[in-house]
Design a protein around this ligand. Structure first.
Ligand code: ASP
Length: 347
């Protein structure tokens, strides 16, 4: 007879004659194997989520990826009925955090919010311990963000033209902060150096949140970062803004010229963000996450905040897992020859 109180029932089982140590080990091993073999069944998917979800941001808190993640996590929490908790796992240009999610249980409780670095790391890191294209399932694209080139408040140049001459004259004396090899700020810095045909000294951080603190504090000279991180500091006059890296000006910073306008060619970059779950996550769970993401992208609060920060959510079409997968594949293919030609690797 089953005991009415399951805890008491368990207690009475323990009181039964004890099996031999070997038999107990075999039983435990079988139980462990059985647990591994149980797929995430539709029944479990139906009750998903029944506890908080961790959204890993592969960069430090306070940076642009973190800002985007926290905005959509708040809205997704409401739709999913469970907290989506942002966890910052910075380091190695975003590959540490992404690697953690690649190896996480595919149960929908650990997801990743990454950016363009997910595509570039596939080539930049030759010893990446996971496969960008096969170790994740895409949940959907989130937003495309312009980048801005900014300097410490008392950096002498005030215009793009003056900045170009200043970097060419001072070369390695100019300290450029980035978020590690493969980060968007790293790519933007490489493009800038190549467009100006002039090197700079680069200092890597775990994200451009901490790099921004040092720029505001005057410890570094220059940075290129998403408008989602720089708009507030530019508007507050805490940094000097030079230009945007998109072909057209950004609505939230209308006075900021494009580099193209100032004659700097071949220097265009925007940073896209997307959400991922580990490979093996059930389609039902991915559909729930995708639905919550799509709702977030239509949330007036998210749209308004994105607009303040110089960006907007992607269209509902681009927010689908299929569109995200196709886009990621195209981005990996696009960056591979560029990185190989440059011959710059993280390892
Ligand atoms: N903006 C950073 C980058 O350069 C990442 C971050 O801190 O969100 O990739």
């Amino acid at each position: 007879m089953t005991h009415p109180n399951p805890r008491m029932a368990a207690a009475s089982t323990e009181a039964a004659p004890r099996p031999s140590a070997t038999r107990r080990m075999v039983v435990l091993a079988c139980a462990a194997l059985a647990a591994l073999a149980i797929p995430f069944s539709p029944a479990r998917a139906q009750t998903y989520p029944d506890r908080p979800i961790t959204m890993v941001v592969p960069f430090a808190a306070g940076g642009p990826t973190d800002t985007v993640a926290r905005l959509i996590a708040e809205s997704m929490s409401k739709t999913l009925g469970q907290q989506v908790v942002v966890e910052n796992v910075g380091g190695a240009g975003g590959t540490r955090g992404a690697g953690q999610v690649a190896k996480a249980a595919p149960d929908g409780y650990t997801i990743l919010l990454h950016h363009i670095g997910q595509a570039t790391s596939a080539t930049l890191y030759r010893k990446l311990p996971y496969n960008v294209l096969t170790d994740f399932v895409e949940i959907g694209l989130v937003t495309d963000v312009p980048m801005t080139v900014i300097g410490k408040k008392d950096l002498p140049p005030t215009t793009i033209t003056e900045l170009v001459s200043y970097v060419k004259e001072n070369k390695e004396k100019v300290i450029y902060g980035n978020a590690g090899v493969g980060s968007a700020s790293h790519l933007c810095g490489m493009l800038l150096m190549s467009a100006l045909a002039s090197p700079m000294t680069t200092v890597p951080y775990q994200g451009t949140g901490p790099a921004m603190n040092d720029l505001v504090g005057g410890q570094i000279d220059l940075m290129c970062d998403q408008s989602t991180n720089t708009t507030g500091q530019i508007k507050a006059g805490k940094v000097k803004a030079y230009g945007v890296t998109t072909p057209t000006r950004v609505k939230s910073l209308p006075d900021l010229p494009t580099f193209g306008e100032s004659g700097v060619k071949n220097f265009e970059v925007a940073v896209w963000h997307g959400a991922y779950a580990p490979k093996g996550t059930s389609p039902e769970v991915v559909a729930k996450l995708n639905n919550a993401l799509r709702v977030a992208l239509q949330d007036p609060k998210v749209i308004a905040r994105f607009a303040d920060l110089g960006t907007e959510p992607v269209s509902q079409d681009r927010a689908s897992p299929e569109a995200h997968k196709a886009f990621l594949e195209a981005e990996v293919a696009k960056w591979k020859p560029i990185i190989e030609q440059a011959g710059i690797y993280a390892d």
